[in-house]
Write a protein that binds this ligand. Structure first.
Ligand SMILES: NC(=O)c1ccc[n+]([C@@H]2O[C@H](COP(=O)([O-])OP(=O)(O)OC[C@H]3O[C@@H](n4cnc5c(N)ncnc54)[C@H](O)[C@@H]3O)[C@@H](O)[C@H]2O)c1
Length: 350
């Protein structure tokens, strides 16, 4: 029997509730499809920080290296630990250490979910560059506090970094409906985005079976609202992808449905799977967190591990539940009710 070793980091607040739900579904799918998921629970969180002074142990990255995948609920407890500490002490080092350069987020309107748009059917896969670009952290400030103060933040785009995210997007499109929209702003950013466009054309030449269009980020934001059904795979830089995926989460009905994966495509390290939402301190402990984003993220994990049939069945089970309007109205159904409906639909699936 194939066995997968999973590092499970439930984190803080609702991260714990939704990762418990996701693991229940993963274990049910594993039993059905005769594979084994051995989850090792790691209590790395803000509570851990308050006890020890660190978000994860000094050898945390080395510990994670030995796993096939990492599953994260959510971290953050701003009342006691600044967000900069929780983010820079756990999430960002993991993404960086394992070269998880592709952040993928599916934006699909599930049956029964009433999104804010008139459009009722769209299925977009957003791929965000996760390691460089506008968030490279290169820059500085001088003359702080004075009238002549200056802040400089430099976006860094490398040929290797841009080319690999584009290739990843084209590969994904091949397995879907065969279209890539590359997000640009080359009318205004005449170095980085002109470079991005050139590389888009270069990479596209290697994928004659995939069609490509380039769209300025502002037009793209409008397109996601006006005609999301026309989009298949969307690939964007770190900043553009960050913003567009929040829009994507909104049009699919909110954070309760927004799944994500941080992929290390060359397999040199484990990839990390997590719902987009945070620890939601406002509803923590109330057992009303929607676990669908977390369960969908777990399906992305199983697909990545090579269990596509199990992953597809989980997605189908989520759709069965939402078609019955379970989990579609914020705060109405409990986390347990939604999880139970998805588990029941999974069991029913032949
Ligand atoms: N990847 C991560 O771990 C991650 C991501 C975002 C925020 N955070 C952290 O989480 C903490 C809270 O941040 P925030 O409040 O800005 O964002 P949040 O995503 O935790 O919550 C935003 C709003 O959405 C609601 N919400 C979120 N997920 C939900 C779900 N599954 N079901 C129902 N409602 C849900 C919350 O109740 C809240 O009203 C902060 O410490 C922040 O840094 C962590």
């Amino acid at each position: 029997m194939t066995t997968y070793r999973l590092a499970l980091i439930p984190g803080d607040g609702i991260g714990v509730d939704v990762s418990d739900a996701a693991m229940a579904v993963v274990q049910a799918a594993a039993r059905k499809h005769s594979f084994d998921v051995q989850a090792t629970r790691l209590d790395w969180s803000c509570a851990h920080y308050l006890r020890t002074g660190e978000m994860m142990p000094a050898d945390g990255i080395e510990t994670l290296r030995g796993f096939d995948a990492i599953y994260l609920g959510a971290v953050g407890w701003p009342e006691t630990v600044p967000d900069s500490v929780s983010l820079h002490g756990l999430l960002l080092p993991i993404r960086k250490a394992f070269n998880q350069y592709a952040n993928i987020r599916p934006h699909r309107l599930l049956p029964g979910v009433e999104g804010p748009l008139r459009s009722t059917g769209f299925d977009i896969l957003c791929i965000r560059e996760n390691t460089e670009g506008e968030y490279s952290g290169a820059g500085g400030r001088v003359h702080q506090g004075r009238d002549n103060e200056v802040a400089v933040e430099t976006a860094i785009f490398t040929r290797a970094g841009v080319e690999r995210i584009l290739r990843f997007a084209f590969d994904q499109a091949r397995a879907r409906r065969g279209h890539v929209t590359s997000v640009t702003k080359s009318n205004a950013q005449k170095y980085s985005m002109v470079f991005w466009d050139e590389l888009t054309r270069e990479v596209a030449a290697d994928y004659p079976d995939v069609s490509v269009s380039m769209m300025h980020v502002d037009a793209m934001a409008a397109k996601m609202v006006m005609a999301p059904e026309s989009l298949d795979v969307v690939v964007a830089s770190n900043l553009f992808g960050d913003i567009l995926t929040d829009l994507g989460a909104a049009i699919q009905g909110g954070l309760g449905f927004a799944a994500s994966a941080n992929i290390c495509p060359d397999g040199s390290g484990p990839s990390m799977f997590e719902p987009v939402h945070g620890s939601a301190p406002d509803i923590a402990g109330k057992r009303i967190a929607n676990p669908i984003a977390a369960i969908w993220s777990a399906a992305l994990m199983l697909e990545h591990l090579g269990q596509a049939r199990a992953a597809n069945e989980i997605l189908a089970a989520i759709s069965v539940a939402t078609a019955q309007h379970i989990g579609t109205v914020p705060g109405r159904d409990s986390t347990d009710t939604i999880t139970a409906a998805i588990l029941a639909a999974l069991e029913d699936h032949a």
